[in-house]
Design a protein around this ligand. Structure first.
Ligand code: TYM
Length: 353
């Protein structure tokens, strides 16, 4: 297909530490599978990482490690535009412009904002009193305006590239819904048909939510329940063997408890279907031994992650190569972004005297 006829794909991952299995199965593995058929633009969201105030001395290292992980997972810089978000200053300007069309109320109702604000303020219970707590909070930095407007910046990443498809995990779908709403609102406010509405992409299947090993619903860095692509064999096996389970099925065809269902879900993502069927059947007839299931699961995860780990270690030290990849990517990303920004400024009436 001619380059200009290909659908545009945009996605990014925050540079807040090494990539885990959730990032890989929910996003990065899709990036790789899409690279031959679409016009793909993948970036490292270092500006988004700022909401939680990383150590400035660590910022660049964090970006480098995500970049090395992108490349090690199989992203080809010749097939994709790979760049760092902060290398595209047009994004920051458009973020300011789009903020004028984002409501504080809708941003405060976003699940990820509420969740992060609740954690930052040390509020354990779910409930809508969170708004009062935020307004009364005097420490200011933990629940900062950047955290609130995080989805606006994400919408800009997507809209500034005029993306059609955005491969992300399930946890990002609400942000994508907001992106579509902002696109519609912009079009209708200015009476234009400028932005199209981007959608998640998962090869026809539902978006993925990779569970944690601690029995919780989601694998995530802040949850401390992750398997990282960079984990060595021993560490990885140990993590899987320690995964939370229960005392075993008490009667045939019982519904598995959440922690055990999580292990099956993980298995469905990394193992062959007959392997999954074997353990599901063993659970159903009460003959299952969780130790065996975990050993198999660790084996199948390692099969997937170890080759990536080796390539990460290889690429990570090659500073010159890494710089070259993102310099080339930034140039292309800026070219696309500046064309959109020019249009958006004009649509909004910002013109030179
Ligand atoms: P981030 O950095 O939290 O996560 C990056 C990607 O990994 C996916 N992911 C998961 N998928 C399934 N199961 C999990 N347990 C899991 N944990 C993480 C996320 O869904 C995501 O796809 N806001 C974004 C970064 C971003 C972005 C964008 C994405 C900024 N601008 C524009 C797409 C387009 C984020 O925080 O992802």
């Amino acid at each position: 297909m001619a380059e200009q006829d290909k659908k545009i794909v945009v996605s990014g991952i925050r540079s807040t530490g090494n990539l885990h299995l959730g990032n890989y199965l929910g996003a990065l593995s899709k990036f790789v599978r899409m690279q031959d058929d679409y016009d793909c633009r993948y970036f490292i969201a270092d500006l988004h990482a700022l909401t939680t105030h990383p150590d400035p001395k660590q910022m660049q290292e964090n970006v480098k490690s995500i970049l090395a992980e992108y490349l090690a997972a199989g992203l080809d810089p010749e097939k994709n535009t790979i760049f760092v978000q902060s290398d595209v200053p047009e994004v920051s300007e458009m973020y300011l412009l789009l903020n004028m069309h984002a409501g504080i109320g809708e941003l405060m109702r976003t699940a990820s904002f509420k969740d992060k604000a609740r954690k930052a303020l040390g509020i354990a219970t779910e409930g809508d009193d969170i708004e009062k707590e935020i307004i009364g909070n005097n420490t200011n930095r933990s629940v900062n305006a950047g955290l609130l407007t995080y989805p606006v910046l994400m919408a800009v990443d997507i809209l500034i590239q005029r993306a059609n498809l955005v491969p992300v995990g399930k946890d990002q779908e609400q942000h994508l819904e907001l992106t579509r709403r902002f696109a519609r609102r912009f079009n209708s406010f200015y009476g234009v048909d400028y932005f199209s509405e981007p959608v998640n992409f998962n090869f026809g299947a539902n978006a993925v939510k990779v569970p944690g090993l601690d029995g919780s619903g989601k694998m995530g860095k802040s949850e401390g329940n992750c398997i990282y692509l960079i984990d060595d064999e021993k560490t990885l096996r140990k993590k899987v063997m320690r995964a939370v389970t229960d005392e075993g099925p008490k009667e045939p065809n019982q519904t598995p408890s959440q922690p055990v269902e999580n292990l099956f879900t993980l298995m469905e993502l990394v193992s062959e279907p007959d392997v999954v069927a074997h353990y599901r059947n063993a659970y159903a007839d009460c003959s299952i031994r969780y130790g065996d299931l975990k050993k198999q699961l660790a084996e199948d995860i390692l099969k997937m992650t170890l080759p990536i780990r080796e390539r990460i270690l290889d690429i990570r030290g090659n500073d010159q190569y890494l710089s070259k990849v993102v310099a080339q990517g930034a140039e292309k990303a800026r070219e696309y972004a500046s064309a959109t920004l020019r249009d958006v400024r004009e649509i909004m009436g910002i013109k030179k005297l």
